[in-house]
Design a protein around this ligand. Structure first.
Ligand SMILES: Cc1cc2nc3c(=O)[nH]c(=O)nc-3n(C[C@H](O)[C@H](O)[C@H](O)COP(=O)(O)OP(=O)(O)OC[C@H]3O[C@@H](n4cnc5c(N)ncnc54)[C@H](O)[C@@H]3O)c2cc1C
Ligand code: FES
Ligand code: FES
Length: 1333
């Protein structure tokens, strides 16, 4: 050891110096910020680098370049120990409501870019970091900055719009800039119509001089980079050597030690795979490992050089060197474009990717194909060179390096003019996703010819290592690069890259097809280049050219059109105005408080759950003895500790157990919990509780449930007309099946609860992230055997719910209350993302069988549906979800004879539950599939069939409800017009005739969504309004704020009702002690029910104040309130509301289930890549009837957010579960929700003008759920595009496309000569890796 040794960790956070004497190597920066420094603005969304909620900016002084570098980082993965000498900036460090917002915070908040706000700080920090590096980025650069950030609420559009104002392209015309107005070319605005939800002219200017300075101490002393650091933790020792010899010594002494650079692999392994690495070595400050040198052969990158740095260097090299030299570099840059997000690329190093040896590494296929050369070194054997080739990977996660060797550098070679190189990757989501299959392809030709001298192919995702099909490579040497080669190579590859059906990862036929699709793309692009150099006679026809083009996305564009308030409306009346979400500013500064942001209570404990590892089993024994002996552990809690009832049910009593007693019915079911002093202690100990099982045969899928007759209750039916007779009279009758997958809620804030026993009379206070405070209260009371009046549940805000916290939050909060009750101490839980995804259920998967009768002209006369949902292990809300699916089996169509029969399947998966749309979208999906079946059978456009069957005013639904003020047709006509459908359809047809491997589809889909809870008693709400002596108003109602802007809308309503400015009204929280017996905030009814209750309470107050106002008509509000107080008039009132005139009886088939309908129509255009299944939504236009909007900004936000969430359901989000019921998709790493780059390139939303609705608050309409189904327009546009590809391959007529239409399904539906090589293995002949639920 030659440098100074130090065990002191020194860094800065928001300009304040932090010195940590005993830094714990297993602590992440996020844990330190939140728990030690109390900086809770930075959020935990996943803990695995996949959501960006934890993004902070890290700055360091580079003593070589003498520059300060700023980079965005995932604090959840960044080891605290890696922060020595760094300056960390968190969201709190750049602005606050108290001291003034930073322009980034202000613009996001004012642009309506924050709904629940949980993702907001991370997005702010990504943008802030971008601006610190480039105060005026291009739009393209700006849009890319968010690859590593997810938002589940907004649909991203408002965030991009707000931040566009920082870009080079944004001009001084602000929102009137011509570039911003071209989202909708067909737009003719009438008077009274608004398009400016945001007043950008009022934005604070960006002033770089206001940014905090880099701490001079870190800049002035090189010591921070040269000291040898050693930190000794409880289980791990961290070394940071600064000399190569020191590193080699360490590796020689500790061959099993891990080298940590970005920690993006090791961090995930330690957290989620329980790996322990007692010695960790950070090779981040060793000059040889961070060096970049240009040689005659290529560029040599030190092993610890980050991926972002490589990207930058290669881009500079491409500008510097002539083209043929840089073909490998171009492919590496293209691959890095799709490699994780900025936060990961900024810290992850090249050697980490190589040595992890992941079979789906993105870089290894390129390195193998180009023959990159590694220099490796150990103390024992010195330095040697290894060429990366087919011998480099020895087995699963095993390389040719010895245990004491480290990678020093990697040489990426130059290419010459007869060498060509390509890189390919296909994933579920383009941005920030791991590959399904990827590939590097390299060909060398004999001089001045098209004769192959060498072909190198390397594939990821096809075996347990990156693999090279060597027989194929050898077989084609000497062959000419011509069309005859393609099919030969396809056959060779098919033999060389076998994959058994049921191989891990599944999608076997697709993965095999991708290997040849990639080659075919490469073949065409090389052929075109050879042709341009006159080295090949084969001419690539123009209709094949687009197959070779790399993915391109234009900058996003949008318009939002809404009706402005009437010109006579009072200034201070906020109803109908696009005012901001009232918490948006606090959410943008990180000051908004969520459950886990609350400071620790004295004596607080944490509960780690012990969960079933089996889908269905008898519990033979539970042994917590080892766990109980572990440090910090206080107790093991189980069913024996429940003083009251150990069962609960959302719709049925005793539907499920709180703690499993003798049997487990799904993986993830709670058996018990370890309560300990800290989260880490509790979670580690919980994993050591030993449970012995006697396994039973589980039922996992709907089809298995049907076979086994495993149902909850008996089938139920809704029908109208005489389906039998109508089927007989129809010109055509066809039968079909439809499957709609489940969907994980992926609210950004996972389920969280703190239970605080009060020590007297059985009282307990609970802070829960729930949509349903009352149910949480009641189940807790029953479990604790106390009356409900002893339990107070309080909810300030929740970081997204979407139905996932309507009942399933009870499953988490009740065990925590039981633990707190037993121990008499506060207990907290915030689920890790993987726990949440495992335990809390999802949207119900649905399966339907149908028979449809229709006439030659396309009129549908009869429809018979049997519809099944997968409820999981308990009934929960599954029947209510099924009812809504049945009620929506007509979508927006008049089908005179319709019968729909629902069946709820009991299976051994986690109980499925409410999710935005609540079965409606699945029901509508069935009828939309019927529409396409009819259209494809008749050979006419689905749009024509839809139009022909649309509901009209005065029609009755299949459950007999009269349609009044039916605006479906108006929305349809306006959407056709605004989207310019007919002109664009012709363009799409022309495009399709000119392109073989890229196809487009455009379609238009309506929706009609019934508003009301179908369970009548839930259609009630209460409000409590207090007026204080100073005139300020505290408004409380029954609805939970989960990002949907409910509190904002309610304050708008109260403001109008009380005739006072909104600024005088405040809502603090929802509590069971203020408004009792509330229904869950759900079913889109939040504003309707609570709004009326608020109006009623305000009316009571105004009636009481009236005499005083009349007495002093010129008085102010404050005068009247003072006077009322002096005159002993009560200034507090409750309000109550129940929806009148609704209720449906399933036994008689009579009644009116819905108060009214919210309708809308969407037109989407999609382009697919037929060779890979990739797609892009080119444009979506939505016209939605929201009545007279209470707040157009919030309503448009709900439409865009709902659409984007639905897009995930339709196109991307696929749950994967083994045939034995073990869930694979447990985090953002393997479950993809839409990201910034997935929204329609053009995204236009119009609120229908002149619609009225006397059935809800101030003529408004509910909006939370109705827009979600409009995303099916993307699905059906993709289906149209596929139909065109199929027609080119000679396949005409109907075909099945299950939802979600993942790249696999899109590709395999485009049947052609390549897919034909891989016929699907027969069901029953193998065990699939995952099953369709
Ligand atoms: C959210 C997320 C997204 C991701 N996306 C992608 C993706 O799109 N494509 C992809 O390919 N990967 C992806 N990854 C995986 C990962 O980011 C990469 O593999 C990354 O390059 C690892 O680098 P690191 O510095 O973080 O490695 P670390 O975690 O720090 O180390 C990884 C391993 O490399 C070894 N190692 C490091 N340096 C050396 C050396 N000099 N000599 C010998 N051994 C060494 C370590 O001992 C350790 O075993 C993703 C990861 C996350 C968390
Ligand atoms: S919490 Fe760090 S990326 Fe999700
Ligand atoms: S606002 Fe983005 S996740 Fe809720």
């Amino acid at each position: 050891m030659t440098g100074d040794m130090s065990s002191e960790l020194v860094f800065y956070v928001n300009g304040i110096k932090v010195v940590e004497e005993n830094a714990e190597p297993e602590t992440t920066l996020l844990q330190f910020l939140r728990q030690k420094l109390g900086l809770t603005g930075t959020k935990l969304g996943c803990g695995e680098g996949g959501c960006g909620a934890c993004t902070v900016m890290v700055s360091r002084f580079d003593h070589y370049s003498k520059k300060i570098c700023h980079f965005s980082v995932n604090a959840c993965l960044a080891p605290l120990c890696s922060m020595h000498g760094m300056a960390v900036t968190t969201v709190e460090g750049i602005g606050s409501v108290k001291n003034g917002l930073h322009p980034v915070q202000e613009r996001l908040a004012k642009s309506h870019g924050s709904q629940c706000g949980f993702c907001t700080p991370g997005i702010i920090m990504s943008m802030y970091t971008l601006l610190r590096n480039d105060p005026q980025p291009t739009i393209e650069h700006m849009e890319k900055a968010f690859e590593g950030n997810l938002c589940r609420c907004t649909g991203y559009r408002p965030i991009l719009d707000g931040f566009r104002t920082f870009t080079k392209e944004y001009c001084a015309m602000g929102e009137n800039c011509c570039k911003n107005k071209n989202g909708n070319n067909n737009l003719q605005l009438e008077d009274g119509v608004g398009t400016d939800l945001v007043k950008t002219k009022a934005f604070l200017p960006l002033d770089a001089t206001q940014d905090p300075i880099f701490p001079p101490e870190l800049q002035n002393s090189a010591k921070f980079d040269t000291d040898y650091l050693i930190y000794r933790g409880e289980r791990v020792v961290w070394h940071r050597p600064t000399k190569l010899d020191e590193l080699l010594d360490l590796k020689s002494t500790y061959p099993d030690a891990r080298l940590v650079v970005g920690n993006t692999e090791i961090g995930v392994e330690m957290k989620f795979k329980n790996m322990k690495y007692p010695v960790m070595i950070a090779p981040t400050h060793i000059p040889e490992l961070v060096d970049i040198t240009h040689t005659d052969l290529g560029i040599r990158f030190g092993a610890s050089v980050t991926l972002s740095r490589i990207d930058q260097e290669l881009k500079e090299a491409i500008a510097k060197y002539s083209e043929p030299k840089t073909r490998v570099f171009t492919a590496v840059i293209e691959m890095l474009r799709w490699f994780a997000g900025y936060q990961i690329r900024n810290v992850a190093a090249v050697a980490g990717n190589i040595i992890t040896a992941s079979p789906i590494s993105d870089l290894n296929p390129l390195f193998l194909a180009c023959g990159a050369v590694l220099e490796v070194q150990s103390k024992e054997s010195g330095r040697r060179q290894i060429t990366m080739d087919e011998k480099f990977f020895l087995g699963y996660r095993k390389t040719a390096l010895t245990s004491t060797e480290v990678v020093i550098n990697i040489l990426l070679p130059f290419t010459s003019k007869n060498e060509y190189f390509g890189g390919y990757k296909q994933a579920y989501r383009r941005e920030d996703d791991i590959a399904t299959v990827n590939s590097g392809i390299y060909v060398v030709f004999e001089d001045n010819s098209n004769v192959i001298k060498k072909l190198s192919l390397a594939y990821g995702g096809m075996a347990i290592t990156t693999i090279m099909p060597t027989r194929t490579m050898a077989a084609v040497v000497g062959r000419k690069w011509d069309d005859s080669l393609v099919m030969d190579i396809c056959h060779l590859l098919a033999d060389d890259l076998p994959l058994q059906p049921g191989s891990p990862g599944g999608m076997v036929e697709y993965r095999r097809t991708l290997t040849i699709s990639f080659f075919f793309k490469f073949y065409l692009s090389v052929q075109m280049q050879l042709q341009s150099m006159h080295l090949s006679k084969t001419k690539v026809p123009s209709y094949l050219h687009s197959a070779t083009a790399p993915f391109h996305r234009d900058p996003s564009k949008s318009t939002q059109i809404y009706q402005e308030v009437a010109s006579g409306q009072l200034e201070e009346d906020p109803v109908g105005r696009p005012i901001n979400h009232l918490s948006a500013m606090k959410q943008a500064t990180g000051e908004a408080v969520y459950i886990d942001d609350m400071p620790k209570f004295q004596n607080e404990l944490y509960m780690g759950f012990v969960m079933s590892k089996k889908a269905y089993a008898n519990i033979k024994s539970v042994d917590a003895s080892e766990a109980l002996s572990m440090p910090g552990v206080v107790d093991y809690i189980s069913h024996v500790d429940v003083p009251g009832k150990n069962t609960w049910g959302a719709a049925l009593p005793d539907d499920e157990e709180i703690f499993a007693t003798t049997q487990v019915l799904c993986e993830g079911q709670i058996i018990g919990g370890i309560v300990a002093e800290t989260q880490i202690q509790a979670q580690r100990a919980a994993k050591c509780v030993k449970v012995e099982y006697e396994e039973l045969k589980p039922i996992i899928t709907i089809k298995e449930a049907i076979e086994a007759g495993s149902f909850f209750g008996s089938p139920q039916k809704i029908s109208c007309g005489d389906v039998e007779a109508a089927l007989q009279q129809a010109d055509h009758v066809i039968e079909g099946e439809c499957h709609v997958g489940g969907q994980e809620h992926f609210y950004l804030e996972t389920q969280a609860v703190i239970a605080i026993p009060k020590g007297e009379d059985g009282e307990m206070e609970m802070f829960i992230s729930t949509q349903n405070p009352t149910e949480s209260q009641h189940v807790t009371a029953e479990a604790l055997n106390v009356p409900a009046n002893r339990i107070v549940v309080r909810v300030k805000r929740i970081g997204g719910g979407f139905g996932g916290k309507e009942t399933r939050s009870v499953k988490i909060s009740t065990p925590v209350a039981i633990a707190a009750n037993k121990l008499g101490r506060p207990v907290r839980v915030m689920l890790d993302r993987d726990e949440d995804m495992l335990m809390t259920g999802t949207r119900h998967p649905f399966y339907a069988k149908y028979k449809i009768g229709f006439m030659d002209g396309g009129k549908i006369t009869a429809l018979e549906i049997n519809i099944y949902n997968n409820a999981g292990m308990s009934q929960d809300l599954s029947w209510a979800v099924m009812h809504r699916a049945m009620f929506h089996s007509d979508n927006a169509y008049k089908i005179p004879n319709l019968s729909t029969t629902g069946h709820v399947c009991r299976t051994n998966i986690s109980s499925n539950t409410a999710f935005r749309g609540f079965g409606g979208p699945q029901g509508m999906m069935v009828v939309e599939q019927c529409i396409t079946d009819v259209a494809y059978t008749l050979g006419v456009s689905p749009v024509k069939v839809r139009e022909l069957n649309l509901y009209q005013e005065g029609d009755r639904t299949h459950y007999g409800q009269l349609l009044e003020h039916c605006t479906v047709q108006r929305c349809w006509d306006e959407c056709l017009n605004q989207s310019d459908y007919f002109r664009r359809k012709k363009e799409v047809d022309i495009f399709n005739s000119e392109n073989r491997w890229k196809k487009r589809g455009i379609t238009i889909v309506p929706t009609k969504f019934g508003i009301a809870y179908t369970a009548l008693f839930l259609n009630q709400a209460g409000a409590l309004v207090h007026i204080y002596m100073d005139g300020s108003v505290l408004l409380t109602h029954a609805g939970v704020e989960m990002g949907q802007g409910l509190h904002t809308k309610m304050i708008q309503v109260a403001s109008r009702a009380l005739r006072i400015p909104a600024s005088k009204i405040h809502t603090s929280e929802v509590g069971t002690n203020t408004v009792p017996n509330t229904s869950a905030t759900a079913a889109s009814c939040g504003s309707d029910l609570n709004g009326m209750a608020v109006i009623n309470a305000c009316k009571t107050l105004l009636e009481r104040l009236e005499p005083i106002m009349l007495e002093n008509p010129k008085g102010t509000w404050e005068d009247w309130i003072k006077s009322a107080y002096i005159n002993r008039i009560s200034l507090s009132a409750t309000g109550f509301y129940k929806t009148p005139g609704i209720g449906y009886d399933f036994n008689t088939g009579k009644g009116r289930p819905f108060n009214y309908f919210t309708s809308g129509v969407a037109c989407s255009e999609v382009e697919i890549d037929c060779l890979t299944g990739d797609h892009q939504v080119l444009r979506t236009d939505i016209v939605m009837d929201v009545g007279v909007s209470l707040n157009p900004a919030i309503d448009i936000g709900q439409i865009e957010g709902g659409f984007t969430q639905g897009y995930g359901l339709m196109m991307m989000e696929q749950q994967k579960i083994s045939p034995k019921g073990i869930l694979y998709t447990r985090g953002p790493g393997n479950y993809k929700i839409p990201g910034f780059g997935d929204i329609p390139v053009q995204f236009n939303v119009t609120l229908l003008k002149g619609s009225v609705n006397e059935k809800a608050v101030y003529s408004s309409k509910a909006i939370g759920e109705p827009p979600l189904f409009l995303s099916s327009s993307v699905f059906f546009a993709a289906k149209d595009a596929i139909a065109s590809a199929r027609a080119d391959a000679g396949h005409h007529g109907n075909f099945i496309l299950p939802s979600p239409a993942t790249p696999e399904r899109v590709r395999m539906a485009c049947e052609d000569q390549f897919t034909d090589l891989f016929p699907k293995a027969k069901e029953g002949t193998f065990t699939p890796w995952f099953v369709e639920l």
